[in-house]
Ligand binder design. Structure first.
Ligand code: 1HN
Length: 349
């Protein structure tokens, strides 16, 4: 089956010139690039972004560039497999560390890509999403779905840093990425829906079941304290199985966003976890604890606030050598792949 396919060099120069002039090209020299045998050949290279290395650069950005000149003051994570300047951490995941200093605001806009923020450091910042004021507390996951207005503010006393994750690479690929600007929003005078309507898992406001709520995204904030408590509770009663929770839409049970998905993962003291090979690319952000993960042979020693990537079908092993649990948030593109009828898991050999 592995017939040697013809190459470009085998074709006469005059023919190659004629093809170029006609804006066409021969498929066969590129056939194996388009369709590698048996499994994809990822471009993404697994990488660990150490917070100790990034934090001083993020803080320095706050001295070099006023927020007014940045709109969003962010250092993005550039996949080494694609090179410097690449606004991609994996094939589908954009991620960046954003800094907001006390008293600063970032103006309101809405755009086609969806975002989620994982709060890394500091307190007193908030984001306003479609009029709902969402406090940013370390470890919280906060959604900014496609088309929702959002601006950020900070009434605390020390810098706040968070990790943005967006489906931007897909929207750039679609030639579909754009934004609309507006003045800062007037926040509604009420806590967000995670504190009011959806304070307990399994309970949602009573309504006529034939009527879905108007909002496609009913809950924008997933407070970390509850996530951690749920993981610890599950670990206490869950035998030897992986302790991992999906962030879901509390009304529908669907993934929290259309393209990117999020899970919270607890590694028990001493635990080694070897997830099934799967077609999703991923970014792991460490909320608490330390450990070591091997991704396609690359060994990443991580601690709190670090972030590391895994390409599609990566061979991954996580290990927590300590006597305290470790907590990670995994960003992945399974929701997109499921919509494409493509998501695939392979049994470990
Ligand atoms: C964006 O809107 C934010 O609102 C952060 O904080 C990062 C990266 C690319 C495109 C839009 C934000 C972004 C972004």
């Amino acid at each position: 089956m592995s017939t040697q396919l013809g190459t470009m060099e085998e074709l006469p120069q005059s023919y190659r010139d004629a093809m170029a002039a006609a804006s066409v090209g021969p498929l066969w020299p590129q056939m194996r690039n388009a369709l590698p045998h048996g499994a994809p050949k990822p471009v993404t290279r697994s990488h660990l972004w150490s917070y100790a290395m990034l934090r001083p650069l993020v803080i320095e950005a706050g001295e070099l560039t006023p927020v007014e000149k940045a709109e969003r003051r962010v250092l993005f994570l550039a996949d080494p497999g694609r090179g410097p300047g690449t606004m991609q951490a994996t094939s589908t995941i954009y991620a960046g560390l954003q800094l907001l200093k006390p008293g600063e605001t970032a103006p309101a806009h809405k755009h086609t890509p969806s975002a989620a923020r994982i709060v890394v450091e500091g307190e007193g910042a908030y984001t306003v999403v479609d009029g709902e004021k969402l406090p940013m507390v370390a470890g919280d996951v906060i959604l900014t779905p496609t088309g929702c207005w959002h601006d950020h503010g900070h009434s605390g006393t020390a810098p706040v840093i968070w990790l943005d994750a967006l489906d931007l690479p897909l929207f750039m690929f679609l030639e579909g990425s754009y934004a609309v600007e507006s003045p800062l929003q007037a926040p509604r005078n009420r806590p967000d829906t995670s504190e009011v309507e959806y304070a307990t898992a399994g309970l949602a406001p009573r309504r006529n079941r034939s009527k879905r709520p108007d909002a496609a995204f009913p809950m924008m904030r997933y407070p970390w304290a509850r996530t951690e408590a749920a993981l610890r509770q599950m670990a206490a009663h869950h035998g030897g199985e992986a302790v991992e929770l999906d962030y879901i839409n509390p009304e529908t049970g669907e993934h929290a966003l259309h393209v990117l998905g999020f899970t919270a993962l607890m590694l028990r003291p001493g635990e080694t976890l070897k997830p099934a090979l799967n077609s999703a690319s991923a970014l792991f952000h460490v909320v608490q604890g330390s450990g070591v993960s091997t991704v396609n042979g690359a060994v990443h020693h991580w601690s709190a606030k670090d972030t590391f990537s895994a390409p599609v079908f990566a061979d991954i092993e996580h290990h927590n050598p300590n006597d305290a649990p470790a907590f990670l948030i995994r960003v992945h593109d399974t929701p997109l792949q499921e919509k494409l009828g493509y998501y695939e898991e392979r049994a470990l050999s």
